[in-house]
Each structure stands twice: as C-alpha cells, then as structure tokens.
Design a protein around this ligand. Sequence first.
Ligand SMILES: O=c1ccn([C@@H]2O[C@H](COP(=O)(O)OP(=O)(O)O[C@H]3O[C@H](CO)[C@@H](O)[C@H](O)[C@H]3O)[C@@H](O)[C@H]2O)c(=O)[nH]1
Ligand SMILES: [Mn+2]
Length: 962
Amino acid sequence: MFGGSSSGPRISTVSASSSDFGSCTEFTNYVVTVPPTPDNNPEPGPAQIPIVKQDIGSGSPNKDQESDDETDLRISEEHDTLLNKISHPLTRIVKISPIIIAIYRILIVVRVLSLGLFLLWRVRNPNKKAIWLWFLSVICEIWFAFSWLLDQIPKLFPVNHATDIEALKVKFESPNENNPTGKSDLPGIDVFVSTADAEKEPPLVTANTILSILSVDYPIEKLSCYISDDGGSLLTFEAMAEAASFAKIWVPFCRKHKIEPRNPESYFGLKRDPYKDKVRHDFVRERRYVKRGYEEFKVRVNALSNSIRRRSDAFNSKEEIKALEKWKNWKVKVEEDQDKEPRPPLVAPKATWMSDGTYWPGTWAVPCLHHSRGDHASVIQVLLDPPENEMVKGTCGNESALDFEEVDMRLPMLVYVSREKRPGYEHNKKAGAMNALVRASAIMSNGPFILNLDCDHYVYNSRAFRDGICFMMDSNGDRVCYVQFPQRFEGIDKSDRYANKNTVFFDINLRALDGIQGPMYVGTGCLFRRTALYGFGPPDYFMVEEKSSGCCGLRNKNRNPATVASEPVYYIDVEDEDQVDISLIPKQFGSSSMLVNSVKVAEFQGRPLTTAHSSRRGRPPGSLTGSREPLDYATVNEAVNVISCWYEDKTEWGVNVGWIYGSVTEDVVTGFRMHEKGWRSFYCVTEPDAFRGSAPINLTDRLHQVLRWATGSVEIFFSRNNAIFAGRKLKLLQRIAYLNVGIYPFTSIFILTYCFLPPLSLFSGHFVVQTLTGSFLLYLLIITLSLCGLAILEVKWSGITLEEWWRNEQFWLIGGTSAHIVAVLQGILKVIAGIEISFTLTSKSSTGDDEDDDFADLYLFKWTALMIPPLTIIILNIVAILFAVCRTVFTDNPQWSNLLGGTFFAGWVLLHMYPFAKGLMGRRGRTPTVVYVWSGLIAICFSLLYVTIKNSEIDGGSFVLT
Ligand SMILES: O=c1ccn([C@@H]2O[C@H](COP(=O)(O)OP(=O)(O)O[C@H]3O[C@H](CO)[C@@H](O)[C@H](O)[C@H]3O)[C@@H](O)[C@H]2O)c(=O)[nH]1
Ligand SMILES: [Mn+2]
C-alpha cells in the first residue's frame, strides 16, 4: 500500500546549476541486445580461432621487391606470434619461494605438535594450590590453540596471481577476421558506488570517486556507473551532477596526459613532482587550467548545502505566501457565498527544492511525510547519457584553453539511483541498496560484470578494470564468480596504530585463500560476474550434468535438497531458450520481464571467448563489438519500477539472488554463498594499488567498525550461512576459513578471561602452574619461538612489515577485550530476543579541529562504553604488578617464582594494550607512560598500605622490614 503506485515513483529532472550541462536534461535511452551469434557456430562445440592473415595492427606494408617466399614466411611468423598471443593465458601463478613455503609448513607442523604436547602437559599437571586458576587458564589455552589452528590451517597454500593486460589487448582489441576494425570486444562493466549519508560521507569524496571511475582506462561504451544514494539527499544528487559536468574536462585531460591517479583530489594533492615524465609542452598550461577548474568545482560542491538551503527558503516563502492567499480567498468565498469548499492548509510544508522549481522527491532537510529517510519515492536520473559507439574527437584549443583534438571526449553513462523506501519495509542496508542497483542496471545497461565500490574507495590505478577482466576472460574464467582486489587505505598514521590497514588480513589471509578456492568478498573493490550474483552455479557443473542427463538448463534433480529447493534455474543458454522453464524465473527475480530477459544476455556476454582447445561454452570472438541502442523512456520507467520497495516481495532477492540479507557483514555472506555453489574467486593484487579508500583513524570509530564486523560474524555463526552447513562443493580449507570468520569473535570471551588472570594470580600469590618448572618454560619458549618464526616467514612471503604484523597482534587483544565481546553479547541477544543490529556508518569526514594537522582525527578522544573493559584490564594489571612486588619485597614469605610468572603475563597484556593507552591520551606529546606512571603511583600507595597493615598484624604492631 505504500507502493510506488500510490505516491508515484518519479524520474526527477536534472537541476544542475552549472552552465554546460545541457545534455542531461533529456535522456536518450539504451538497451543492450544479445549480439547475433553466427549461425555457423554450433554450441557448445569447439570453434576455430579466427586467424588474421593481413594487416595486423600497424603491419608493415608489402614492398614490391620482396619475394613471395619472404612475404609468406613473414606472414606465417606473424600467424605464429598472433596465435601465440591469442592462446597466451591472461593470468598466471607467480610462485612464492618454495623454500620459504617449505619451512613455513614445517614450522606449522612443529607448532601444532608442541602446542599439543604443551596442552597435554598442562592438563596433567594441575596447580593443586589454586585449581581454579589452573582450570581457567587451561580452558583459555585450549581455545587459543583451537582458534590459532582455524586461522593457520587455511594458510598452507599461499599463492600469487599476475595478469597480462597486453595479452588481453591482443585478444580483444586487435583487428581480426571477426572484428576487422579492432573495435573493443571486451565485455561491459557496471560500476556500483554506494553512499548513505551526505554528512558522514561527504559528497566531495563521493564525487571524486565518481570522477576516478568515469576516467578509467576501459572501452567507454562498455562502462556504466551507478551511484546508489541511500540517504535520498538532494545534496548528493547535485554534487553528482556537478561531478558529471566537471568530468567533461577532467576525463579527457586524464586520457590525454595519462594522469594517475584519476581522482582529482588525490592527483592535485600529490607530493611528488607533477611534471616528472611529462613531455608534452601543453601539459603545464592544461594542468593549470584543469586545476583551477577543479578548485572552482570544489567550491561549488562545498557551497551546495548552503545554496540548496537558500533556494529552498526562497521557494518555501513563496509557497507560504501562495498558501496564505489561497486561504484568504477561501475565507472571503466562505463569507460571501457560504460555500462548503474544503479549507486549504495555512502553512505550506518546508520542502527541499530542486533548482528547476520542483520538489525534490527524496528526503527533505526538514523531514516530513513521504520525504524522510526511510520514507521517500524512487529517484533515477541519467546524469550522463550512454556514449556514442564511435570515438568522438574533441576540438582544438583556439576558443577553449584545452586542446582535445586527438582525445576521445565520450564519457561513460552515469546514473543516480535512490531506491524507494517506505515504513514497514525492511531495507536491508547496503545489501538492499546493491540489489536495487543490480536490477536497475540489468535493465539500463546489463553489463555482464559488476564492480562494487564504497563511496570512499576510488580507482587508484586506471587499468585495474582490465586486470580484473583478465581473470574473467581467461580460459577457465567462466568458473570465476568474482575478482577481489585488496583494500588499501590512505590517510592513516605512519605507525598504523590501530592496524587500520589490516595488512595481515589482506596480504596474508586472502592471498592464502587464493590458493584454495579464492578470497572472501570484503565489501568493496570487487568485480562480480553478474550471473554469479543472480545465484546461478558455475558452468563446469552444468557441463557434467548436461552430459549425464542430456537435458539443458534445468536444475539438477539429485542435488542436496536443502540447496535445491531454493536455487535458481541453472545456466540458461541463449540457444536453448525453448527448453528453459521460464515460469520459474519470476518467482526468483520478480515480475519484471525486462529483467528476466536480460539474464541470459548477461550470461552470454560474460563468457570467455570460444577457443579451439576447449570444450567449454564460450562466445564467438567479435560478438561484443556491435552497437547499443539508445535508452528510451520505457526502459528508464521499468528501472524505476524495479527499485520500488515492494519489488522484492515474494521473490528470492537477498535470499538466493543478489547480495544476501541478514547480516551487517553482507559481504562475507554473499561471497560465501558463491563459494558454496562451487564458484572460484581470485585475488588481484596490482601495482600500483587498484583502489584506495579511507579508514577511521581514531580509536572510537575504529572500535565501532570492528564491533560491526564482529557482530556480523556472530550473525553469520548463528545463521544457516554457518560454514558447517555448507554443501560438498565448499573445499575443506575454505570451509575452515569461513568457519573462522564466524567463530573469531567468540575468542574474546577467553581473551577477556585471560587478561584478568595475571592480576588474579598476582593478588592471590599463586600462578597458573604450581612452580615454574623447566618443562613449562621450555614449552613456552618453543611455542613463542615458533610463532615468531611463522610471523617472520609470513612477513617474507606476503611482503608486509613486521611492525604491521605486531600491530595486528596488539589490536587482536584490544578488539578482543572491547568490540568483539560486545559483538558476542549483541549477537546472542539478537538470536534470543530478536533485537536488530543497526549499521552504524563509519564516518569518512575528518572531525578533528586542527586544520594543519593531517592526523588531528587520530588524537580525537570520544568516550565509548566499549573502552571500559580494556581500561579496567590496564589498571588492574599495573596495580597487580606493583602490589605483588611490594608484597614480595616487604613480607617474610617471598614467592619469587609466582611473582615472575605473573609479572611476565601482566607485562605481555600491557604490551598489547599500549596503542589503546595511547588512544586514551589524546594529543601528541603526552605518552601513555603518563597513564602507566600515574596508575603505578596510586598502586604503590595502596600496596604499601596493604603491606603495612598485614605486617603490623603479624608482628604485633611494629613495622619490620624483612
Ligand atoms: O544502509 C546503508 C548502509 C551502508 N551503505 C554503504 O555501505 C558502505 C560501507 O559502509 P562503511 O560505514 O564505510 O563501512 P566499512 O566498515 O568501512 O566497510 C566495510 O565493511 C562493510 C560491512 O560491514 C562493507 O559493507 C563495506 O563494503 C566494507 O568496506 C558505504 O559506502 C555506505 O554508503 C549503504 O549504502 N546503505
Ligand atoms: Mn568504509
């Protein structure tokens, strides 16, 4: 009833303030059709690679004096090289030094064995004087060993992959028989950017991301960019319109001068010499011009919130006057005619207005009915039309300051999308937003691949899209569900105090998974195969099934019932249309027939090329070089239809199709479901980094972020997406890795306990073992040394630094004692009481006051209850050490061994807590030593007091030093 039909979903009209913005007001529309498959190419039989006989690239002209023999020879050589290049793999494995890996594996075995022996020893040798202390510690140690194993085992087969974009170019963008002009035969990519709050995610940041996407090095007509605005805010909308307008000079400028990175804010902020390696004489002038343009653009974007407010105020007061007049007229009428006309409202609503004098259909500055967060209409606006099919050259620099005569001026399509939201509907956070984009884009551009970026993650390496596509177009590419790029961060303090960079995860864990079934999906910087997102399985399986059952496109009857019941129809073959049970599809994808029809097109376009040596079903070369039809109004209307909030009712969106709902870490679940179906993913580490983003650098925001991730993990643990229940196609080690994702927050229970053990032991005068025996110390030594050895080897094969590894260890304890434990409680609450967990956005804007200090934010101190447990731990441990020292020194019954053990453990805890203590101190200059010294002094006073009283009891009142 809140459906779009009642309040009318609308297509807003553009309202940008900038001048050269004409083209956006009318949008031409565009549809991708299935490229005609050559009739002579029966599927799925092997097809021949077309071999080009003449004019390869800038092939050398035939000279008359050359003999026929020579020419033939040359041609055949060219054949060979071309054939070589065409069959050349697009990706390859870069071996990590086998010696390092061998030692690494041996050390793992050593540590597993010694841990086992140690635990055995511990269980057999209880501390009879303090059984409780012994028992607690042994339980914790067993769990730590278990969780270490979960983390370590999937790291047995680390691997590095490299791509070959030159080979990709030869294969897809060089002239050949099927494609004489050498027009790009690469598949389309739809880029999704998510933003949700114009305050926490500044539109300027988002606009920069958009600019970096619009200028990537990928065939322009194959690229479409969609921005999802979950805030439905006019500010974001107009900032995007500004970005679209600035792109008209920024993008050609980047293309002409090969600018990197193509995010203007980062580019102009580079510390290195901008003229290095630049030889064009017009570069200096054009750079200056574009820089000025960017500065003006920035000022315009920054002024938007003010100008929108002023504009809205003006319109609103006009409306008010109108309303007042209406009311007066009505009053006069009522008095004169005694007419029973309904009384018009006296006050007009405080609307937010677009510059063309219409209401903004999204949320308003003063929220009101149908115009607030969580209650507004759908908005789709094509900000940049789909580009022409052929290159459009720019003009020479006489009238304009820029000379773009040789530059392609086209821009990829850019679409602003804000899905409809109504109260009473679950919106499913980011996953819901992404699914709306999946549908809208299926109708508007239907790129067979989808790249997902958070608004603060921009394209740092303009060729990264090609790197990703290499994996997809390689000979086994049709088994690949996604290619994950590592998340890299900027603006982080040098020592990365809170392990924001997460290099241990991104360079060790994910690389290791790449050697099994592939990295997890981590939410941003990921290139998906559209059909994998649609919930289909990989084709390998289909081929087997097809051979055995002889039928096409239908689901496997003898599959595990749990997965069959809800799994979408298998691969649909374009040629086998008649045999597909189409009636099943709307149940899964919803009622839009345009959407349903687009599925098979995307499947076809996502296939790698057919090759001579492979029986896999590919697509014929040259089939993606055709032109696209323009967008029409009906298409855009249909796109608006599929982003309405009721569209997903009674469908499988979020259950089996698209991003999966039910966890605040939707990313892990979504990737998990694909691996579960037998898909393979790849990890693509590029040089320079493919994408870069921002991370919260102050302690509080960081803890909240970790809290959200851990909560998501607990949600996964308690859901049907727990890796234990996964089907047979999830490989064992991959399963253990996913299991670890669900289990790691629970480790916090034991970490917390363990951190309280040193104070307990020091206060009580006992230790976890009865006495520090040689075997205990030896075991401890082996365990510690083997861990250090593993760390060093991991550092060796992954390329991270030891400091980063250590920071990660530290934050493991800090997170474990604060965020993770709360996550476990929250998760259990959700399971028992059904209390929903909110998605607290990570703030991207710097909140520090100090303008000159890049890291002002780092020293920002915001109190949060999450800090209570670690703070308690710090204080208790310090007090305990000093107390025990005093007692041992001043009493007649010194227990040096227990003091030593306890102090060692407490020191270990405090060492890990150091960054946390630093975070509490705020500003630079004052070190956490102050915290330690102060609590130390207080502790000494208390302990002296204690010892005095104790001694005076023993010695009958007189204080005696022993
Ligand atoms: O209702 C929502 C909530 C969030 N987002 C977007 O989701 C992204 C991630 O949010 P952020 O607060 O930046 O989370 P991070 O902790 O930085 O993100 C990591 O972890 C998240 C899962 O918890 C993933 O969704 C992210 O992709 C991943 O980068 C942002 O672009 C938001 O705009 C929405 O679109 N709608
Ligand atoms: Mn983020």
